[in-house]
Design a protein around this ligand. Structure first.
Ligand code: 3HC
Length: 286
């Protein structure tokens, strides 16, 4: 049996609620911490909605879904994380917020070997480790959206992560969560976003320049290359604010123009057009 049984998730947004579901479906006891009662209710609702979808698709039974829901407790108190074996931070992709969270949570974990992980896609893990006061037990554990469906998890040790922490989390991901881990260096974007984000930004530039309609750009990649969804629909799914934030972090790190968000993306984010989660991005959503 894995030494990781009690899991904490910080942030119950799209990624946090998906990661909570993945852990609860693996039989683990899960605590999700949100910033307000309203956000906590929304997180609970997201888990339930995803389980309903999984049930309607025949992935799990209604009884299994009900048992999964019981294993997820949503709270607004970070102190509820103190007895956790593993905490995965999935807060907003803003560096100063993540640094504050790591400083607070690093100081309250009771177990010496408790692991504090970040689902960041671009913020340096070494910085999060440094403020936590327990950098040997800090690493990146990056899930993909939608987390209950996508099988990959990137593991990102920093210069100060202990080998035993990485080994323990690798076994946990493959043997308990039944997902495929790959290992990446602590550089903005890791493996997948380094390849994916310039592609998404190129599609947005193409749309902005009037090359083709959104539907034709997306159909081009779906029907011509066999992608499950086109780059503009995928940007909407990820969240345009998140795509922009990742692009900015990668541009800051490498100064590569392809990573720089185009003006249309900036304006859409400023306007609150964030994609699926806000009801409107390149496409409208219910
Ligand atoms: N729980 C369990 N299974 C589910 C589910 C859920 N909540 N939702 C969907 N599924 C299953 C379906 O049953 C189906 O399984 P099957 O093929 O065995 O029948 C499969 O997932 C696909 O479902 P559908 O074809 O019905 O299409 P959906 O509209 O439900 O979902 C999608 C489509 C899975 C989102 C698919 O379009 C896809 O794979 N898109 C690409 C997603 C992607 O690229 N994600 C990575 C983003 S990058 C990222 O996250 C990194 C970050 O840092 C930005």
């Amino acid at each position: 049996m894995s030494t990781i049984q009690k899991v904490g998730i910080i942030g119950g947004g799209q990624m946090g609620s998906g990661i909570a579901e993945v852990n609860a479906r693996a039989g683990l006891d899960v605590v999700v911490v949100e910033v307000s009662d309203a956000a906590a209710d929304a997180a609970q609702h997201r888990v339930q909605a995803s389980l309903d979808k999984a049930t309607s698709r025949g992935k799990i039974t209604a009884a299994e879904a009900a048992a999964v829901v019981k294993r997820v407790r949503v709270t607004t108190d970070l102190g509820d994380l103190k007895d956790r074996d593993l905490v995965i931070e999935a807060a907003t992709e803003i560096e100063h917020i993540k640094l504050e969270v790591f400083a607070k949570v690093g100081g309250l974990l009771e177990r010496d070997d408790a692991v504090l992980a970040s689902n960041t896609s671009s913020i340096p893990i070494v910085k999060l480790g440094a403020v936590s006061g327990r950098s040997g037990h800090v690493l990146g554990v990056h899930f993909f959206n939608p987390a209950p469906v996508m099988n990959l998890v990137e593991l990102i040790p920093s210069l100060t992560t202990k080998q035993e922490t990485l080994d323990r989390v690798r076994s946990f991901v493959s043997d308990t969560l039944h997902k495929q881990p790959i290992e990446a260096t602590d550089r903005a974007g890791f493996v997948v976003n380094s390849l994916l984000v310039p592609y998404l930004l190129s599609a947005i530039r193409m749309y902005e320049a009037g090359y083709a309609s959104a539907g034709d750009i997306d159909n081009g990649m779906k029907l011509g290359c066999g992608h499950p969804m086109g780059p503009l629909a995928l940007s909407d799914l990820i969240g345009l604010d998140t795509v922009r934030a990742i692009g900015i972090s990668m541009y800051d790190e490498f100064k590569e123009p392809l990573f720089s968000p185009p003006p249309l993306l900036d304006r859409m984010v400023d306007a609150g057009l964030l994609g699926k989660k806000s009801g409107q991005g390149f496409y409208p959503y219910e």
